[in-house]
Design a protein around this ligand. Structure first.
Ligand SMILES: [Zn+2]
Length: 272
């Protein structure tokens, strides 16, 4: 599970470790994850340098020179791990880049992931990434309210997960955002008051910033951190059915919301 906080951390660390380095070795051994055959990657990537690593939605962008982009989407999650020169590599991975300083990184998708090599002229029309909405940190309260007003019949939960509206939030952080805002996941956007919309906006920023400050729920690029084995302090109510609500003590319940489950406090988040 990699959502905005984990990807913000990964992009930052990857930029620090990789920017300015030149790609020397490429290993790509799961062709179905790629948009070009592995031999094409082995041909085009060596010799290119990594200018920057950025993020859009749940995609990581390695921006290369000569101008081109290598995009990674970790799907349900991945071990995306840096290694230093001579350091032992993980036993399993589907993708590896080695750089001119002998360091590099491996990527093992837990389930499935996507690796895309794009020329600059292909990026604008790339349908997997071109329609991604702004990051929560890129929009102000007015723009957020306008997005809410544009989809009155959508539920607040489906809105938060809609990557075309706002990008980077997944099912893990959505529970805590809605709880923090005191909103039931099935509330329709059209029923929210201006105060509730503002609360939702502020709770979204607060919970995501909190996730970044806590280091994300997974191991980072340097294989450190991550709270995967210790959800208790990390999630406020997510994945805590039966535990007391931190605000009022009522037992957290779990309901079906379309294709996803939603954890909520029935008292703090009254139903529609
Ligand atoms: Zn409560």
């Amino acid at each position: 599970m990699a959502e905005l906080p984990e990807l913000v951390i990964l992009a930052r660390q990857m930029h620090e470790a990789l920017a300015g380095r030149t790609i020397v070795v490429v290993e790509a051994n799961r062709p179905e994850c790629l948009n070009v055959p592995p031999e094409v990657l082995r041909q085009v990537l060596p010799g290119r340098s990594i200018v920057s690593v950025t993020r859009r939605g749940k995609w990581l962008f390695l921006n290369l020179a000569p101008a081109s982009h290598l995009l990674l989407n970790l799907g349900m999650g991945a071990d995306l791990w840096y290694y230093r020169p001579g350091e032992e590599l993980p036993a399993k991975y589907q993708f590896r880049l080695e750089l001119d300083d002998g360091a590099g990184f491996t990527c093992r998708f837990w389930w499935f992931g996507y690796i895309r090599f794009l020329k600059p002229e292909e990026l604008a029309g790339h349908k997997e990434t071109a329609g991604i909405g702004p990051s929560p940190f890129e929009i102000g309260p007015e723009e957020f309210a306008a997005l809410v007003a544009g989809a009155p019949r959508a539920t607040v939960k489906s809105f938060l997960l809609d990557q075309k509206k706002i990008s980077g939030i997944g099912n893990a952080y959505a529970h805590d955002i809605l709880w923090h805002a005191g909103l039931h996941p099935l509330r329709k956007l059209g029923t929210l008051t201006p105060d509730e919309i503002e609360r939702l906006y502020l709770s979204m920023l607060h919970i995501l910033e909190r996730g970044i400050a806590l280091g994300g729920v997974e191991r980072d690029f340097y294989r450190t951190g991550g709270n995967m084995n210790d959800w208790e302090p990390f999630m406020l109510i997510g994945c805590k059915a039966g535990k007391p609500c931190p605000r009022c003590g009522t037992a957290i319940t779990v309901i079906e919301t379309g294709a996803t489950k939603s954890f909520l406090c029935p008292r703090c988040q009254p139903g529609p």
